[in-house]
Design a binder for this molecule. Sequence first.
Ligand code: 13P
Length: 334
Amino acid sequence: MDKQKLSVVASAIVSHAKGVLAADESSPTIKKRLDSIDVESTEPTRRRYREILFTTEGIEQEIGGVILFDETIRQSTLDGVPFARLLADRGIVPGIKVDRGARALACYPDEKVTEGLDGLRDRLVEYRELGAGFAKWRAVIQIDERDVPSPFGIRANAYALARYAALCQEEGLVPIVEPEVLMDGGHDIERCEAVTARVLEAVFAELDAHRVLFEGMLLKPNMVIAGKNCPHQNSPEEIAEATIRCLSRYVPAAVPGIVFLSGGQKAEEATANLNAMNKMGRHPWEVSFSYGRALQAPVLAAWKGQESNMAAAQQALKKRARLNGLAREGKYSP
Ligand code: 13P
């Protein structure tokens, strides 16, 4: 394992106030996004949409990595430049989603476990040859009744994340480890903090047992935040305090960066919450973003599938990237 290279790549992705653009929607998910603007999801429309994202001028100032889906890493610009090369030439590390989605966890109703370990080593070799420098695997934890998630559900997901991360590092790819505690439901911020704490504790215990190099990975957690249907929603300062307290207890300082998912927060909320965390002062790790919807929702709304809106769509992406870049330094004001 080339430890030096892994830690250089992991740190580069979050260097100089940069973060990650998550553009790795699976085929069913990108269909949902395109449906929302009345664009049919076909290979050419998906390719064109991703081309608009990746050719936006200036995003390399705030975007250090882009996560791609299997179809996307095999696609090219209209001029024939593979997307992975286009990004790398701009100083952006191309990454790849390698999990195969969350499925029902047998004998544990209401809980899920992420699949995709079988054959993963061979797929990682291929993705590395296609130009990927990092990978992503998402575990999904739903908060439901008092006993959901169960300790076993958490452990099963932590184990799969750690198996994935160890395989990635052996093959020279930086793993982004994503245990997502969902915002769905009516739970309050205290319950989210308690569940996130158990999840992070389990994930780092498994990563350690699997001999994963903390310096050569990135963590992509949820923010500690009340459920969408909770009547009491907290301020960015309260969310920042709970999130940093929870991460400080369970995430080793050797991890170079935390790159939050947006998880259904509005674009402005995700930026304001990240800003509040960075305003608290310096943390042991870079505190950054790996947003999907919070970077792309305004782009889709501006584009609407029309070529004549391309410039507006790219401006929308540049704007969100710039504002999240400011939030990385605690300098964003709404
Ligand atoms: P959201 O920011 O839309 O939650 O997506 C991030 C992601 O990559 C989920 O796996």
